[in-house]
Ligand binder design. Structure first.
Ligand SMILES: *Cc1c(COP(=O)(O)O)cnc(C)c1O
Length: 455
């Protein structure tokens, strides 16, 4: 009988995060100051982040020690399990072996606490009183609310309006952990008020919610902002996923031929894949590594690789990334955590270097796969990793055609217990695949600043 899960003891939990930057054949382009377009220095980030995190953002060290206080909180749910999806394999009648690393065991139900906990830790250490943030699906807001509760910090969250209306229990969860939650756009910021004046029913977007959270943090000395994805330090905190998975795949006696992960801002994908990419670059294994994004928000496969703002109001430093334009408002698909106009600069750079591939999948194929997964494996996936599951199923079907025993590894980065409205929409036949409007992308791209420089 095949073994179903591979578990590590607490004392086997990795004690360092991995920074892939020094191992890359070329360094990623620097972030630029939004006004001067010169490379941004630590001081440009200081109104938003504490210095420890700014230093992690630009570090050339390959490994960073995980502080003991953070390790201690990680152990509430880490090490997380690696499963072999034997029942799904049987349903698909495939010779492929499908493994998934499950991050839904965290208190918030996703991988996000892997970074919210260290971010809250470094902010608390720097004397910060309150953290502000945005949330799309509600996973990041609840993860940060949980982490702030651990360190006695206040937490104020702008939740994308479409999700605020659809997911009242995410709001309740954040409030249980002591956070204050506003729908975004809100009347609390100038940018929010301007958008509501144009459209009182504005569905919001992650880019807009980021602008509102940044507007509250930047002017106050004791308030800082926390981002749940996209930035280098966030992806680095998530590498604990891949470091554990390396040990667990070794326990299973397998090395992956294909690694697929869903990408919104790139953090769960980077977290799982970067330690495997390190081993690939060292010649120890040779997996194909692929990003999977929603067809309705395909920043890697259809966005342009150029400098753009991280937020809609244009307040953040400029980052070179695959972008659909900072004003692009994606269709309100159910995978709210993947509705971001840009891709992590680091994942974008690695994609440009040809070290990873990308594909996009529509939401109905994703939910079809999610039902197959839920009925066999039991766990109901969050809407975001249904993309990873659909991609794994595509691979398993290819393996069936070729007869190869492909070893597939993916991240099941969250459960869908608070996303059941999306399953209801799918089951009742109300879910549609949104056609991507190229006119909307072109309009949004026209407002991306031209950066004249060698960067
Ligand atoms: C936030 C979130 C995502 C998208 O963010 P990434 O940085 O791309 O990982 C995906 N899945 C879940 C469950 C999330 O909470």
């Amino acid at each position: 009988m095949a073994q179903h899960k591979y578990l590590l003891n607490e004392d086997q939990m990795p004690t360092q995060w991995y920074n892939i930057v020094p191992d890359l054949p070329e360094p990623p382009p620097p972030a630029l100051h939004p006004g001067t377009h010169e490379p941004a220095g630590p001081d440009d980030f200081a109104p938003l982040f504490p210095m420890d995190l700014i230093m992690q953002e630009v570090t050339q060290e390959s490994y960073i020690d995980i502080p003991e206080e953070v390790q201690d909180i990680y152990k509430i749910w880490r090490p997380s399990p690696l499963f072999r999806a034997t029942r799904l394999e049987q349903l698909l009648d495939t010779p492929a072996k499908i493994f998934y690393k499950y991050e839904g065991v965290s208190p918030a139900g996703s991988h996000k606490p892997n970074t919210s906990v260290p971010q809250a830790y470094y902010n608390a250490k720097a004397g910060v009183r309150k953290l502000t943030t945005e949330t799309g699906a509600g996973q990041w807001g609840s993860s940060l609310a949980f982490a702030c509760a651990q360190f006695g910090l206040e937490c104020e969250v702008w939740q994308v309006a479409a999700s605020y209306a659809l997911k009242p229990y995410r709001k309740a969860m954040m409030e249980v952990w002591g956070a204050t939650v506003h729908p975004s756009p809100s009347e609390l910021t100038e940018f929010g008020r301007s958008l509501l004046a144009e459209n009182p029913d504005h569905p919001g977007s992650l880019g807009i919610a980021i602008s509102e959270a940044v507007a509250e943090a930047a002017p106050h000395d004791d308030v800082r902002y926390a981002l749940g994805s996209v930035l280098n330090h966030v992806l680095m905190h998530q590498t604990i996923i891949g470091e554990e998975a390396l040990l667990q795949m070794e326990m299973a006696g397998e090395t992956p031929d294909v690694l697929v992960g869903c990408t919104g801002g790139g953090s769960n994908f980077g977290g799982l894949s970067f330690p495997f990419l390190r081993e690939k670059m060292k010649g120890n294994m040779n997996p194909t590594i692929r990003c999977v994004e929603p067809a309705a928000c395909p920043s890697l496969t259809q966005g342009e690789y150029r400098y753009d703002f991280g937020d809609s109001a244009g307040m953040t430093p400029l980052m070179k990334m695959h972008t659909l334009g900072h004003n692009f408002v994606p269709d309100p698909i159910h995978a709210g955590g993947l509705r971001y106009h840009g891709m992590s600069p680091l994942v974008s750079h690695i994609y440009e270097l040809g070290l990873v591939e990308a594909e996009s999948i529509g939401q109905t194929e994703c939910f079809t796969g999610a039902l197959q997964f839920a009925k066999t494996e039991g766990i109901i996936p969050a809407p975001e990793p249904t993309h990873a599951i659909a991609a794994a199923i595509r691979e398993a079907n290819r393996a069936k055609e070729t007869g190869e025993e492909t070893v597939i590894l993916t991240a099941l980065c969250g459960h869908g217990h608070l996303d059941l409205a999306s399953y209801e929409a799918f089951l009742s036949g109300e879910m549609v695949d949104h056609e991507l409007s190229t006119a909307d992308i072109e309009a949004a791209m026209a407002e991306v600043p031209a950066v004249r420089s060698a960067h």
